[in-house]
Write a protein that binds this ligand. Structure first.
Ligand code: 4AD
Ligand code: MG
Length: 477
């Protein structure tokens, strides 16, 4: 008999039809009731075993974590808590699970503990929901861009450039690093390395994305990126996924409109496709926040927060306006910020971003026109000589979720800026070539995929929204 997924079974009207189901035992109660899950949805199927006709040997092996195959008839449930149940006629143990040793007991475990057993945490309610939502969001990203005729471009993982110019790169080499070949001057001789020069894992696909946009007009990337920044926070990963659209003929306003539309589209899609999972996560968050003092709890539930985000326009202000708001804020005057805001030109800390979003505007905010000195070399310079056409989108509970800009398409301005910032022009000759041959105004942005998943799932640590997080001093699994 062909297996039916539990999600489908739970939506079926029971008429004593014969069915087969396969999955993992969550609990086994009274030697009779199995709560079975196969990951197709959050809910379990109740499988009812007749303990009189089932051999003792088999009954003993129905333990939490065991994988089973059950065939029987689907009936309207006799008990409370479910509408249908499967009366089992034939039960097969596919994989035993020693109840004494299986780390996932049918009780509440801390997220920290579950991170240590990330190979098994997929089987919990919380992580089942998180990763189904993550899946829906990934699909929605592609759907959004494909519906708008953007071309999906695969940019390289191994590169020889630093797209952000921030020097936060993981090196790639096949040298024996304890003993690399040296030049006569005693320096490492990268000519002998695999690629004949120093290489690293990409920090962003943007520069290559720009090349493709100068042919296809509208492109996007969606792939892994790597940053060797030593920030051990709940918002940073060393390996994360980024979505980077790049559009010819867009200015910064077009860029902001697209980013806002993308965010709203994917959030709406997740709400529609994963309503049950998001409802579950919303309840989970309520429970979790009960541990906190009243004033630290969210004003809205997760579902309310997501809907609020869909229904309201994002606030758009310049960096300069934001600095004025922060300088004048009671928070600043009462020295409640760890980093006080005294002067124009400072980089915003996440406490400032969150103040603007959560306390001041109480909705997503897009900040534009940052000082050029705190932004990357490729951003379009404004006429004031001080600021660039940058935009960051700030989200409640998250801080920066999107970073982007209109790009500097004027060759001379770009070359001058690169010189000022010590970005080697000879390494980026190909990037500069696009400014020599058919340059045009263009813009793009990067959306941090895990930060998006954080927002939509209401989880609070970025390590809990990617299956196997890579962070400083941690690369298990
Ligand atoms: O602001 P960032 O560094 O911008 C870029 O990389 C540009 N090249 C994007 C572009 O214009 N095409 O990164 C973009 C986004 C951030 O807003 C954040 O959401 C996410 O990527 N991000 C991280 N997410 C998790 N862990 C990290 N270490 C991250 N660093 C950035
Ligand atoms: Mg940024």
């Amino acid at each position: 008999m062909k297996r039916t997924r539990i999600k489908e079974i739970l939506q079926t009207t029971p008429t004593n039809q014969e069915m087969n189901v396969k999955g993992w035992v969550k609990t086994f109660r009274n030697n009779q009731f199995i709560a079975l899950n196969d990951g197709s949805c959050n809910a379990n199927l109740q499988v009812v075993v007749d303990f009189n006709s089932t051999p003792e040997e088999i009954l003993k092996r129905i333990t939490t974590g065991a994988c089973i195959s059950a065939s029987g008839t689907l009936i309207a449930s006799q008990g409370k808590g479910q509408t249908v149940e499967l009366v089992c006629k034939n039960l097969e143990i596919l994989g035993d699970s020693d109840a004494e040793k299986f780390p996932l007991q049918p009780k509440k475990h801390s997220l920290e503990f579950l991170r240590e057993i990330a190979h098994l945490r997929f089987r919990t309610n919380t992580f089942g929901a998180v990763f189904r939502v993550r899946n829906a969001l990934a699909f929605a990203v592609h759907k959004f861009f494909q519906e708008r005729d953007f071309v999906y471009i695969h940019t390289p993982i191994i590169t020889s450039s630093d797209a952000e110019g921030a020097g936060e790169m993981f090196h790639v080499t096949n040298f024996d690093i304890a003993n690399p070949p040296k030049t006569e001057n005693g320096e490492v001789d990268f000519k002998q390395d695999f690629f004949g020069k120093p290489t690293n894992l990409t920090v962003s696909g943007q520069l290559e994305g720009e090349l493709a946009a100068m042919a296809f007009s509208d492109i996007y990337t969606f792939g892994p990126t790597f940053r060797a920044e030593n920030s051990n926070t709940a918002r940073h990963l060393a390996e994360f996924w980024m979505i980077e659209p790049e559009m010819a003929f867009y200015d910064l306003n077009d860029n902001m409109d697209l980013a806002e539309a993308l965010l709203k589209y994917v959030i709406a899609y997740a709400l529609e496709k994963c309503g049950d999972d998001i409802e579950f996560l919303s309840q989970r968050l309520l429970e979790e926040e009960k541990q906190k003092p009243q004033n630290e709890r969210s004003e809205m539930t997760l579902v309310e927060k997501l809907k609020f985000c869909l229904e309201n326009n994002f606030e758009r202000i310049t960096y300069t306006q934001a600095i004025d708001i922060l300088k004048d804020s009671n928070h600043n005057k009462k020295k409640k910020f760890q980093y006080l805001v005294n002067e124009w030109g400072v980089d915003l800390q996440s406490e400032h971003e969150r103040y603007l979003v959560e306390k001041h505007f109480k909705k997503p905010v897009i900040l534009t026109d940052y000082p050029k000195n705190i932004k990357a070399f490729y951003m379009r310079q404004n006429d004031d000589g001080k600021t660039v056409r940058a935009m960051d989108i700030l989200f409640p509970g998250i801080g920066e979720i999107v970073g982007g800009s209109q790009r500097e398409e004027r060759l001379e301005k770009l070359e001058t800026r690169m010189k000022e910032m010590n970005i080697p022009a000879e390494e980026l000759w190909w990037y500069l070539d696009t400014r020599r041959f058919g340059a045009c105004p263009h813009a793009g942005f990067g959306l941090g995929f895990e930060r998006l998943v954080l927002f939509v799932t209401g989880m609070t640590n970025i390590r809990d929204v990617i299956p196997f997080p890579r962070t400083p001093k941690n690369c298990e699994f």
